[in-house]
Design a protein around this ligand. Sequence first.
Ligand code: FAD
Ligand code: NAI
Length: 463
Amino acid sequence: MADYDLIVIGAGPGGYVAAIRAAQLGLKTACVESRETLGGTCLNVGCIPSKALLHASELYEEAHSGMLAKFGIDFKSVSLNLDQMHAEKAKAVGELTGGIEFLFKKNKVEWLKGHAAFTGTNSVEVAGKSYTADKIIIATGSSVTPLPGVEVDQKVIVDSTGALALPKVPKHLVVIGGGVIGLELGSVWRRLGAEVTVVEYLDQILPGMDGDVRKEAAKIFKKQGFEIRTSTKVTGATVKGGKATLTVEPAAGGDTEMIEADAVLVSIGRRPNTEGLALDKAGVAVNGRGQIEVGHDFQTNVPGIYAIGDVTPGPMLAHKAEDEGIAAAEFVAGLTGIINHDVIPGVVYTMPEIADVGLSEEEAKAKGHDVKVGKFPMMANSRAKTNRDTDGFVKVVADAKTDRVLGVHIIASLAGTMIAQAAQAMEFGATSEDIAYTCHAHPTHAEALKEAAMAVQGKPIHM
Ligand code: FAD
Ligand code: NAI
């Protein structure tokens, strides 16, 4: 008899959720985690600490920049206590990671502390001890993709983990990569006083997002003071006396230029964690990008071994990992797990927030859909106008023949909250008319989604 019904490797949002669900379903479950605390990248060095700093820095900017004066709120002086900001972030992280430990105890999930490596198809070694299980779920997540020639020292040249812990506000921060991490953490340090330059290899920031969103987002970030240099590549970096000198050149090749920076954030993507797992001992295959491919039931090429989250193909998002964790645990328990990979929302937590779900206009067309698009500017939304946060728009992409909603794209202060409604509507197979004829509370930002859906029919009221 095996030691466990299920061993989960990794306690990020994929792994810890899978372990809890499996235990709830009556399986004897252990979860291996090599970090000091549970919760993976997301809780320790990802979603949670970044959102803590985004929230705090937004409050600081509001208070410091004088933007509250128009609401009749005057300050004598505002100063930044960065140590306290970091301390509050650490407190939130501690509470949440501790919460997972509590949930493990409550659900009788055993935490095996240490690094797991396969020793066979049903066995792993952790901290010198061997454990067997009927089934194993790999949920080892991802880590930062390095950039050759730009070595992270976590002092001057940092990755996202270092950028979440800078001890002082850099005068000039250069962000390499205009993706989600670059724009979120770039926003944090810009709000706290840094001059921020984003160097992006492609001709636009935020690859993969809807074309209109990418254009509008770049405009808004530039207005906020970001310097955005697209079609540019960094070819090397040297560090001397606490400063970095980057060599950059046009992506297509051309004259080299130097940029000086007090801090450099390397955020060019993340790659799956499979090193040190001894996958070969179990016969688990990886694809050309190092990801573990799985079938509809999350089984790898080896029956009984499953994989979920960032280590598998698809968007690297905590909620995708969580939902896969639940579904995989249900398959392991002999049930049918369900996840709709076509309806996974994504949110960039800048101000305004940027959120999407489903297909962009470009993707919908490329898939052969005749599309009808409805757009509604936040400038015409009464609540946004009242709150003085009118940047952005809502865009609904629908199939011209069936009116079925194919995608929703939002730039708005509350886009991350608004996108949930769009995801639910799409999950229920909604048409744009269904959204347009759903009563929305007034005055709310969400009314902009109703109006954008009405615009698909060419009939918005407030525009
Ligand atoms: P992970 O969270 O990476 O967890 C894997 C765990 O496995 C790790 O704790 C690791 O220590 C452990 N592990 C790995 N190998 C072994 C081994 N052999 N033995 C034992 N343990 C092992 N996503 C969002 O949806 N929203 C956000 O706002 C968001 N913000 C982010 C901000 C930043 C700065 C970063 C870096 C990421 C952010 N993400 C966000 C992405 C999100 O963190 C990941 O998609 C998510 O954590 C993936 O979950 P996972 O369970 O697959 O892996
Ligand atoms: P990303 O894939 O979002 O962006 C990387 C950017 O770097 C791209 O724009 C890419 O074109 C650019 N790039 C690649 N190589 C380059 C080079 N050599 N020079 C200049 N630019 C280059 O990756 P990022 O921002 O590192 O985030 C990693 C993952 O973490 C994302 O896939 C995302 O899913 C997840 N994440 C999610 C968050 C959220 O949901 N709010 C927040 C932060 C991270």
